[in-house]
Design a protein around this ligand. Structure first.
Ligand SMILES: Cc1ncc(C[n+]2csc(CCOP(=O)(O)OP(=O)(O)O)c2C)c(N)n1
Length: 352
């Protein structure tokens, strides 16, 4: 069955130079391949810990993160590893993390996507309590404003997390103080098994922005460029002192909450429709082919590169040692006036 290209393939519709459009394709395809391979390894019993698929949601993850500059910060959830990779996380260290090894971002303390890289990619470590990243992003954005720094904070959560009081407090505070922050809701239409109509009494999440006096927009999360353009506009508005914005990006996840959840609560015909007609990776690839931005050979080369990088990451992870039990408190504390990012290796940031 032929797949529809989402938008008319018009030359003047390209929002970015070709090289950057190709880079977005790289991140989308990396996300999909990583997700599929990690699930296969998990099901074969070769990957310990937990996996949280973002399949079908790649357009949101890549689109929002790609709109940030290196000095901006991202406050993600367990679901947003692809957004973190787009922001600059190192694939090898991510894989070492999943196998609980010392080269992972938490140096072997965890075995899943509860990670971040504050001093490098500027992504804040994922915390379980949803949507706790939102109030922490308020703090970062407030600091940027008070110090006069030109940075923007962006936080992501799912639709279910918007029912938690912290979500509303964060939006309210950010609007009262006109903070440089972008609020992203990655709406996959279900919070675990609870559908949107049981989560909130208004038709969309985006329209809740009006209650906090900020712009709210609803975008098609299966079309990465639509997500990117909305995010870019919100990020630049925040940077120029225009305050916070809310972006609701709608898609449908192809997998359940985590590796153990078969998601039988999602209607089969809805899922099949999304998979056949609104695959964010395939439709974007087809769009770039239609625009002449890539050839079929370029796409094959990109795929081969991604598969090679995955294999290298896997080998790196398995070769990395497990942590020593005595390392458990290292890297968590100030030692000799420095925050230690690496146990006993020095080179940390001076503690204030
Ligand atoms: C405060 C809080 N309550 C419950 C949970 C358990 N929990 C983890 S994910 C999840 C579903 C969240 O749904 P949604 O916010 O839509 O995000 P999604 O998982 O679909 O990306 C729940 C209830 C949690 N982590 N934090």
């Amino acid at each position: 069955m032929a797949t529809k290209v989402h938008r008319a393939a018009k030359a003047d519709a390209r929002p970015l130079p070709d090289e950057r459009l190709k880079e977005i394709l790289y991140f989308l395809k990396l996300a999909r391949y990583f997700d599929e391979r990690m699930e296969a390894l998990y099901r074969q019993g070769r990957l310990p810990g937990a996996i949280y698929s973002g399949r079908g949601q790649e357009g949101t993850h890549v689109g929002v993160a790609y709109a940030l500059e290196p000095g901006d910060s991202l406050f993600p959830t367990h679901r947003d590893l692809t957004a973190q990779l787009t922001k600059g996380l190192d694939l090898k260290r991510v894989m070492a993390q999943f196998w609980g090894r010392i080269d992972g971002y938490t140096r072997g303390r965890d075995g899943n996507s509860h990670i971040g890289d504050w001093y490098g990619a500027k992504t804040f470590t994922v915390m379980s309590h949803l949507p706790i990243a939102y109030p922490v992003a308020v703090g970062a954005a407030w600091a940027y404003k008070r110090r006069g720094e030109p940075h923007v904070a962006m936080a992501i959560c799912g639709d279910g997390a918007t029912s938690n009081g912290r979500w509303h407090e964060a939006l309210n505070w950010s609007a009262v103080f006109q903070l440089p922050v972008v609020w992203v809701v990655n709406n996959n239409q279900y919070a675990y098994s609870t559908p949107n109509e049981r989560e909130f009494p208004v038709p969309t999440i985006a329209e809740r922005a009006a209650a906090y006096g900020m712009p709210g927009v609803r975008v098609d999360g299966t079309y990465v460029l639509e997500v990117y353009e909305a995010a870019k506009e919100a990020v630049e508005r925040a940077r120029q002192g225009g305050g916070p914005s809310l972006i609701e990006s709608v898609s449908l996840r192809w997998r359940g909450h985590a590796g153990h959840d078969p998601a039988t609560y999602v209607p089969k015909d809805l899922l099949e429709r999304y998979m056949a007609e609104r695959d964010p990776v395939r439709t974007y690839e087809e769009q770039l082919l239609a625009w002449g931005v890539v050839t079929k050979e370029d796409v094959a080369e990109l795929q081969a590169r991604i598969e090679r990088e995955f294999e290298e990451g896997h080998e790196f992870a398995l070769a990395s040692p497990f942590p020593e039990p005595g390392d458990v408190t290292k890297g968590l504390w100030v030692e000799d006036g420095y925050w230690r990012s690496e146990p006993g290796r020095g080179g940390g940031t001076e503690a204030g």
